[in-house]
Design a protein around this ligand. Structure first.
Ligand SMILES: Nc1ncnc2c1ncn2[C@@H]1O[C@H](COP(=O)(O)OP(=O)(O)OP(=O)(O)O)[C@@H](O)[C@H]1O
Length: 273
């Protein structure tokens, strides 16, 4: 049995993984105290696509991400992941769903007291029953997958550059061979070349592994270079969604100033589409 097969064998229950819509958010409302942050929001993510999720600072992008991951409570609505309503999922289904989702939190969020290899093994320890030598082998494969040299594995996060931290965090998000990864501002803090390399890596992973990617980002370059579709959060809902061409054609004021404003013109983005 190959190492990836071992992971599959240890998943608790078969899921309806051929669902075309990997994530369906329907009528979701989230608030804190008397403040509503998301109101009756709908969003779909299709299998194998890279969705860029944008919106003004404080619009609620992280709140939606945390709600999808089950870290924030919603007041209304339904969230289906791999065709399963998470509120109705059995414990076994919930575990299977969690195993098929990888997350890269903003700033990487690696454990500082653990080496890179140990960080990548955290989800394996939590969900799988593998020998240490198998986990080492698996973690080394993940390092290679994200383009990190083997010696990065024995380093601590404080010894890595910003770009290497993002890659290590991505390797951890990929530890269990997920179907979907959630990336929260993955290129923030990277220089343009590091950011472009990271985008290229994400595109390659989608192409080779059929990964579905939900990417919260402020990075116009990422949106133009690697995202298949963009969803814009505003007024507590998804205001507009579509391709980059749809964004460039939109007359919605925030979308227009974001995609056709001064910053976009400086990047001369429209010339690249
Ligand atoms: N646990 C919480 N309790 C109270 N308010 C919260 C909580 N989490 C988020 N908020 C509020 O919800 C709003 C949306 O925050 P969120 O972090 O989702 O914005 P964002 O779109 O991700 O912004 P940014 O692009 O700056 O990261 C903010 O006003 C924030 O203060």
């Amino acid at each position: 049995m190959t190492v990836p097969d071992l992971i599959t064998a240890q998943r608790p229950a078969p899921l309806e993984t051929d669902a075309e819509i990997v994530l369906a958010v329907r009528g979701v409302t989230v608030g804190f105290g008397d403040r509503i942050v998301l109101d009756n929001l709908d969003l779909d993510i299709r299998r194998g696509e890279i969705l860029g999720f944008v919106g003004a600072s404080g619009a609620g992008k992280s709140v939606l991400l945390r709600t999808v991951l089950g870290l924030n409570k919603k007041r209304a609505g339904r969230i289906e992941i791999f065709g399963i309503d998470v509120d109705k999922a059995t414990e076994q289904e919930r575990t299977a769903i969690d195993m098929r989702m990888g997350v890269l939190f903003q700033h990487g969020a690696l454990f500082s007291a653990l080496t890179v290899l140990e960080n990548i093994q955290v989800p394996m320890r939590e969900y799988l029953d593998l020998s240490q030598s198998l986990m080492n082998e698996l973690a080394r494969l993940k390092l290679e997958l994200v383009g990190l040299p083997p010696d990065a594995g024995t380093k601590f996060p404080s010894e890595l550059s910003g770009g290497m931290i993002k890659r290590a965090a991505l390797a951890r998000a990929l530890a269990l061979d997920p179907d979907i990864v959630f990336l929260d501002e993955p290129t923030s803090g990277l220089d343009p070349i590091g950011a472009a390399d990271f985008d290229e890596l994400v595109g390659k992973l989608r192409d080779t592994m059929g990964l579905t990617v939900y990417m919260v980002t402020h990075d116009l370059d990422s949106l133009f270079s690697v995202c298949d579709r963009v969803a814009v959060l505003g007024n507590k809902k998804v205001l507009v969604e579509g391709t980059i061409q749809d964004m460039l054609a939109s007359e919605e004021p925030w979308v227009k100033s974001y995609f056709r404003g001064k910053r976009a013109r400086q990047l001369d983005l429209s010339a690249r589409t």
